[in-house]
Design a protein around this ligand. Sequence first.
Ligand code: SF4
Length: 349
Amino acid sequence: MELDGLILPLLSWYQENRRSLPWREDPTPYHIWVSEIMLQQTRIEAVKGYYVRFLAALPNIEALSEADEETLLKLWQGLGYYNRVRNLHKAAVQIVAQYDGEMPGRYDELLTLPGIGAYTAGAIASIGFGECVPCVDGNVLRVVKRYEGGFEDIANESVKRDVWQRLKSSMEQTLPEGSAGAFNEALMELGEVICIPNGTPLCEKCPLANQCVAHKKNLWQHLPVKSPKKARRIEERTVFVLRCEESVALRKRNEKGLLAGLWELPQVEGHLSEEEAMIWLRERGLEPVTFAKTDPAKHIFTHVEWHMSGYVVDVEAMAGEGLVWTKKADREAGYALPSALDGFLSYLS
Ligand code: SF4
């Protein structure tokens, strides 16, 4: 099915319904890039504050390229998927070395930068530079498959490629000059606020309702088709909140793997009983003064779930190999803790 018919209605709908978002106020290529990376896997409302803080600290590509890892992780603390910020940094270093600090403007050049895939390259190239390329994410696939009544599995890469290709050719044939960025934003925005993923889409407010197959045939609840993901692996962990005077013990995670290079509360695999926890402490030269169970906590990553129990322990002295004892002000200034441990923050002094 041709997708030409959705272009002009969407553009005029967007002119009237465009939301005001921080990154839309001054859409330089750098701003679009940072916002698009932050928005991967993260809700718009959650991103707004991070975006403003990040740009205040690192206002341009050169500043980003010069930032050290602790600064970057601290700015990203709580957003998760920390490889995103590492790749932002790597790409900034490459842009300074290869393009004199100016963001390259072409879709195929953007694709060569670390952390920039087809979707982000499409967003930067179209919104920042006006290139006629689509951005295809889950929102866009949902709108398109409902619009055309398509039952192909959108988890399938060939289906994504097909939608990308057809959108591109429709954009080239139908889009008014200079409106590639607005069209891509319109399509994404429609998926976020009208043709929503959970719950009933607001078809009565949709500019595509006259043509939409899912709406006309009342099929929206069956579309899009997406094969289920593999079940997540469950990992049980015991977390220790170790306190001494006004300090709390932290430990740096490995430089590779999940949450690489971040700081954490010391933790071990499995749910330790009180006796096992006492043995663990004493093996590290930590003598408890008070000892209590914390509330359990859970954190969901893409492929893994952490089911955590914990102990909050006041100890006699700041011991323990590999542990760093930190005061509150130091933690806030320079120790990036993953949001996976948010359930234990209320026990920190
Ligand atoms: S008419 Fe309804 S189902 Fe069709 S694209 Fe619009 S919101 Fe989605």
